[in-house]
Design a protein around this ligand. Structure first.
Ligand SMILES: CC(C)(COP(=O)(O)OP(=O)(O)OC[C@H]1O[C@@H](n2cnc3c(N)ncnc32)[C@H](O)[C@@H]1OP(=O)(O)O)[C@@H](O)C(=O)NCCC(=O)NCCS
Length: 186
């Protein structure tokens, strides 16, 4: 019912539990490319699990401590953005994102993340938006840069990787003043 245009052919909408079948079909297209980079619990493999993922985020939205929004390109769900955590009282949140391969390279996630960050900073008083990413995830780091985030630091060997080597996690962040008065992206 509610949609926010991102480009002439793409929209951002709430991604609610009733869309679980559509979400699962999308995950089937995205599974291979996103699995190395997102939490295994997000990449649902059947309908009840897909519904659970969306219900978890709906519950978080209701509690005002998270949320998930989908990106539709030419009427098809192709990815989205989310608040992994959201704490208005503390002025902190963490944003995240994903896309299926066919939707990459169009600036959709940068635009969609901009919409939710704008809301978080402009309407909810969030002072610091965090972005946490596997240090090997060049595309995610490029999104953080495009959003005007800065690299706070790297948490070394935070969790085990698929080959046994442990994964470093980069923490990027954007402060409210930096969002309102963006520096030119280098
Ligand atoms: C991370 C991910 C969402 C980035 O997708 P993406 O398409 O590179 O990001 P954006 O939507 O911001 O688009 C940027 C691309 O569009 C291009 N672009 C075109 N028009 C643009 C515009 N108006 N604004 C910004 N970028 C634009 C950019 O040049 C860039 O393409 P390039 O990297 O080929 O140069 C995607 O790679 C993904 O889903 N990865 C797997 C899951 C994942 O890593 N999630 C994040 C976990 S922390």
């Amino acid at each position: 019912m509610f949609a926010r245009p991102l480009t002439a052919d793409a929209e951002l909408r709430p991604l609610e539990p009733w869309r679980a079948e559509e979400f699962l079909r999308h995950l089937d297209r995205a599974r291979e490319s996103i699995s190395p980079w997102v939490s295994p619990s997000f990449v649902a493999a059947d309908l009840p699990s897909a519904r659970n993922v969306l219900q978890r985020y709906a519950d978080r939205r209701a509690r005002d401590d998270g949320g998930i929004w989908g990106i539709w390109l030419d009427g098809e769900l192709v990815g989205g953005v989310l608040f992994v955590s959201f704490d208005a009282a503390a002025g902190l949140c963490e944003a995240g994102c994903w896309l299926e391969p066919a939707a990459e390279g169009r600036g959709l996630v940068t635009r969609a993340a901009g919409v939710i960050i704008d809301w978080a900073v402009g309407e909810r008083g969030i002072q610091r938006v965090e972005w946490r990413t596997n240090a090997g995830n060049a595309r995610s780091i490029a999104v953080a840069r495009r959003l005007g985030m800065r690299h706070d630091g790297t948490l070394r060997q935070v969790y085990p990787g698929p080959t046994g080597a442990r994964i470093d996690l980069e923490v990027w962040s954007l402060l409210a003043d930096e969002w309102r008065n963006p520096a030119p992206v280098p």
